[in-house]
Design a binder for this molecule. Structure first.
Ligand code: HEM
Length: 395
């Protein structure tokens, strides 16, 4: 049995990239850890870090040994949500959610996504420049989630304020007029649910409020929790998928040119962005019992940090993993997780990217990053690009 040892890499666990140019260093560290200490006890953070594809995949999939309750620590807004729930409760919640989050409900959003994308492009096109994050990547998913849920247009301003909060940011709990943003959101969704129960419409909140499994409906507490989870889980992630795609395309202009010529390659290119520069970098789990992982003994009730971003560059799974290959197939990345917690919103995020990115490339010629502008990032569970100014000419 192997024992975790201290390594010169340990210093790196405190390293949090603040700028895009530091990202290659973290990938070098992942490579070092995959080969030297694939399962690593981090004494400072009191948790186990896991780096290889096979082990990360096991940790996030094997719910009998690894619990998701690690996400629901006291005070976390994720407490009691789908993502922090284990079977059998998870199955019940997920079945109910699946009834409302159907492929039809997602496909219905195609026209809205196209319309919203066009409105955003029309606004910036005459200027020849924009901030990809605030002018495009932020408002698109926020408007789509608002429409999916059925938030009325007159409430867009309030909704936008909540969506603006980075879900990994403690600001989520910050006080706002004496109430936390979390409480404000909960009250709002409770009111909207009540309204839709009385007068249902063609939206997710109406569908959720009437969905049943074995004659049982979601409680109001579960419904409100789910609406806030959707906003938190779906907004920052999709925003960063779009921003990360622009980073990849502008870093590799030959591949961007190819995508302009052959937009049919966009679906595989989006999967490659998800693998190469993913919006979610790691997931948490907790050991249910003493167990062994890749030859390392881990006691019960320990927290594990499974680096999906590292798994996505593991050469044991992906040939030439550091190459950004827009035709890569197969591409079994872990950007949306794996197993029973696989992302509910993956079809929606994919649809948004597959519609919005080709429209952007088609309508904005010579898309380039503004030279010398430092791209600042926040790294938590979600990798966040704060601002990404670009220039272009309208086609
Ligand atoms: C590119 C965008 C997205 C990424 C990278 C992403 C990533 C993820 C990942 C990695 C998980 C698995 C968590 C785990 O195993 O512990 C997850 C779960 C989840 N995601 Fe997403 N997500 C995205 C978009 C969305 C959207 C648009 C929505 C909804 C509107 C959404 C809602 C959820 C929900 C509700 C779960 C919990 C599922 C469960 O625990 O059964 N996500 N997401």
């Amino acid at each position: 049995m192997q024992q975790p040892s201290k390594s010169r890499s340990q210093a790196f666990t405190l390293f949090r990239p603040h700028a895009l140019e530091e990202i290659p260093q973290i990938y070098t560290w992942f490579e070092e850890m995959r080969t030297q200490q694939p399962v690593f006890y981090d004494e400072r953070m009191h948790l186990w870090q896991v780096f290889r594809y096979e082990d990360v995949s096991t940790v996030i999939t094997d719910y009998n040994r690894f619990s998701s309750q690690a996400f629901g620590a006291t005070g976390s807004f994720l407490k009691d949500t789908l993502v922090a729930t284990d079977p059998p409760d998870h199955r019940k919640l997920r079945n109910l959610v699946n009834q409302a989050f159907t492929p039809r409900a997602v496909a219905r959003l195609s026209d809205s996504i196209t319309r919203i994308t066009q409105e955003l492009l029309d606004k910036v096109r005459p200027q020849g420049k924009m901030d990809i994050v605030s002018d495009f990547a932020f408002p698109l998913p926020a408007k789509v989630i608002a429409e999916l849920l059925g938030v009325p247009p007159e409430d867009w301003d309030i909704f936008q304020r909540w969506a603006r909060v980075d879900s990994s940011d403690p600001a989520l709990a910050r006080q706002n007029g004496g109430r936390s943003m979390q409480e404000e959101m909960s009250d709002y969704f409770a009111r909207l649910l009540e309204e839709r129960r009385r007068t249902p419409r063609e939206d997710l909140i109406s569908a959720l409020s009437t969905a049943e499994v074995d004659g049982e409906r979601l409680s109001e507490y579960d419904l409100v929790k789910f609406c806030t989870l959707l906003l938190a889980a779906g907004q920052e992630t999709t925003k960063n998928l779009i921003a990360n795609a622009v980073v990849c395309f502008t870093d590799f202009p030959d591949r961007m040119e190819r995508l302009i010529r052959e937009p049919a390659l966009m679906p595989t290119a989006v999967e490659e962005v998800l693998r190469y520069l993913p919006p979610v970098w790691f997931l948490f789990r907790q050991t249910r019992t003493d167990l062994e992982l890749a030859g390392y003994h881990i006691p019960a009730n320990q927290t594990l940090l499974a680096w999906t971003a590292s798994a996505n560059r593991d050469p044991a799974q992906f040939p030439d993993p550091d190459r950004f290959d827009i035709e890569r197939e197969p591409n079994r990345h872990l950007a949306f997780g794996h197993g029973i917690h696989f992302c509910v919103g993956a079809p929606l995020a994919r649809l948004e990217a597959r519609i919005a990115l080709p429209m952007m490339l088609e309508q904005l010629k010579n898309l380039q990053r503004v030279e010398g502008f430092p791209i600042m990032v926040n790294t938590g569970i979600v990798f966040v690009i704060r601002s990404l100014p670009v220039t272009f000419q309208p086609r």
